[in-house]
Write a protein of this length. Structure first.
Length: 147
């Protein structure tokens, strides 16, 4: 397990392997934080590859959620497929919250089903359209109307 920043900086590959290998460890938080800090100081092309490798290596394990959060916050300078996916998820969540808040402020009743549809949507184009419609909608059906 690599939780020492200097050690991680000296061997980024081993630090990456440590994160993947110890994904189920109670110390995974410290391991991933160390790796993300070490990647910040590494050349961007190397950081890009190792950040992606870590994401792929963690797979669907709980540690992957922590890694995605670290990438979104600590590694926001990355322009990689997974970092862009994380940013898009954040944009979609924010846009959905904006739509629901706007409808609430305007007094438009939103059923649980409609609330779930908006909250679960990850299509930024659809969310943008719904937001524009929510500005003038007097009923939730107007937000979802096929026009």
């Amino acid at each position: 397990m690599i939780t020492d920043l200097d050690e991680a900086r000296q061997d980024l590959g081993l630090a990456t392997l440590s994160a993947i290998t110890h994904a189920a460890s109670p110390d995974i938080d410290a391991i991933l934080k160390t790796l993300s800090a070490a990647l910040r100081d590494a050349p961007q092309d190397m950081s890009f590859i190792l950040a992606e490798l870590t994401a792929q290596g963690l797979g669907k394990r709980p540690a992957s959620h922590l890694w995605r959060n670290l990438m979104a916050a600590d590694l926001s300078f990355f322009k990689s497929p997974i970092s862009e996916e994380i940013r898009d998820e954040g944009r979609a969540e924010g846009r959905a919250e904006d739509i629901l808040r706007l409808l609430d402020r305007r007094g438009v009743e939103v059923s649980d089903e409609a609330r779930e549809r908006i909250s679960a949507c990850d299509d930024l184009d659809a969310l943008s359209l719904w937001f524009d419609r929510a500005i003038t909608a007097t009923a939730i059906e107007e937000v979802f109307a096929d026009k």
